[in-house]
Design a protein around this ligand. Structure first.
Ligand code: FAD
Ligand code: NAP
Length: 339
């Protein structure tokens, strides 16, 4: 039997940790409970927000609707052979624990995505990515509950239309589906991906002689722990902005003015610019205003040092967007979901 709570503080359900009251709050741990939730008289007609680990959202005001926490657990092997394994995870599993489970069992493909906070169910939402790997590289399918019809639909990789921190669930199907499980296709014969960022250097300083997925996972955990603020200590939601992609022509013009600009050419000729470099070069990194600011080690991460309001952090993000636009002519986009 599900329970609806009223006027509940959900501050501690989010990694930003800003004060926020949800008019209503409930949770479900299987499909039957989810059906009960969506047909409950206190829920029908309400604005809904599906909550996972709360690590990619910022509340700028109280939530005048129902927050629904996804608690579907369970990891199961669907099929396997000598080379591959299909592994299905409940959407409410913790992402990093799922990664560790795969690493411990020798299933390769998600080790570069170690220590990303949040739930398995949210991982396809923005096609989570880090260190040269994205969910789409290992994604097989997902099951999603269609809120309006109550039907469960299976989406394959192509149907999710994964892009850079994008999927159909973040745009055309926004607020229409609740992801209940995700199935991944992982390899028993790993192809190590170590060329991205600081992985190689970290493996060297760890003294690793023989590569393994466990060692790569450990290297990623070490780098992330040293660079990124731990949300348990300093509120944040990871990168607040996406890296912009611009045309080669716009890049060539910018490069003349800013020879040092951090950039990564893409296969289609466009150029990805490191948003962190743009923000850092304008002096924002480490800037603190009262209880909030820009993290001292990573200009992409906005932080809540204690008691700041979501609207203050949002306003800071607007000031950063404006200053990047003014100085570089580039319109940054927020990655974090704003409510
Ligand atoms: P939530 O914040 O709970 O939700 C995010 C959005 O998805 C909301 O709109 C919510 O309504 C929706 N949603 C959640 N679950 C479901 C569901 N089951 N069905 C339908 N909609 C749902 N991201 C990266 O891509 N790469 C990184 O390297 C990375 N590093 C991070 C580091 C730190 C320190 C932090 C705090 C965040 C980082 N992130 C990163 C962002 C974040 O961890 C991911 O986006 C993560 O997938 C969010 O999961 P969540 O369960 O916390 O989602
Ligand atoms: P980093 O390694 O210092 O690199 C800075 C930026 O340059 C990153 O944004 C990355 O783009 C890009 N980059 C680095 N090496 C690249 C390569 N070989 N090819 C193409 N692009 C390259 O970044 P970091 O801040 O320490 O983060 C490390 C990884 O974790 C990155 O992949 C980053 O996306 C991910 N991360 C994501 C979040 C989040 O909330 N989304 C938070 C923390 C870290 P990409 O971002 O496109 O990879």
């Amino acid at each position: 039997m599900i329970q609806i709570q009223h006027n509940k503080s959900i501050k501690n359900y989010t990694t930003f940790g800003v004060p926020v009251i949800a008019k209503k709050f409930t949770q479900f741990s299987d499909l039957q409970e989810l059906n009960e939730v969506v047909s409950h008289p206190e829920v029908v007609g309400e604005k809904m927000l599906i909550l996972g680990g709360g690590s990619n959202l910022l509340f700028t005001q109280d939530f005048a609707g129902i927050v629904i926490l996804n608690q579907i657990k369970g990891i199961e092997i669907i099929s396997e052979d000598m080379d591959q394994v299909l592994i299905k995870s409940g959407a409410g599993e913790n992402w990093h624990e799922f990664v560790l489970y795969c690493v411990d069992n020798g299933y390769s493909g998600v080790e570069n995505l170690s220590l990303i906070p949040g739930s398995v169910g949210a991982s396809p939402m923005q096609n989570i990515g880090a260190y040269g790997v994205e969910i789409k590289d290992v994604f097989h399918s997902l099951e999603a509950f269609h809120i309006e019809s109550g039907e469960v639909k299976i989406f394959n990789n192509e149907e999710c239309k994964f892009g850079y921190r994008e999927s159909v669930f973040k745009n055309i199907y926004k607020n229409q589906y609740i992801i209940t499980s995700v199935t991944f296709q992982l390899s028993k014969k790993p192809i190590f991906k170590t060329s991205y960022g600081a992985i190689k250097a970290e493996l060297e300083s760890m003294g690793v002689k023989e590569l393994s997925i466990k060692k790569i996972s450990e290297a990623v955990i070490n780098i992330r722990s040293s660079k990124l603020p731990n949300p348990k200590e300093i509120g944040n939601a990871g990168s607040f902005f996406k890296n912009p992609v611009i045309s080669k022509q716009q890049f060539d013009e910018l490069k003349l003015k800013f020879p040092e600009i951090a950039n990564y050419p893409l296969p289609n000729g466009d150029v990805k610019i490191a948003a962190g470099w743009l923000i850092d070069s304008l002096g924002w990194k480490g800037k603190r205003i009262g209880d909030y600011g820009v993290h001292k080690n990573q200009a992409l991460v906005l932080v809540n040092y204690g008691e700041s309001k979501g609207s203050d952090i949002y306003d800071l993000s607007t000031n950063i967007l404006d200053s990047v636009k003014q100085n570089f002519g580039i319109e940054l986009e927020r990655e974090v979901n704003i409510f």
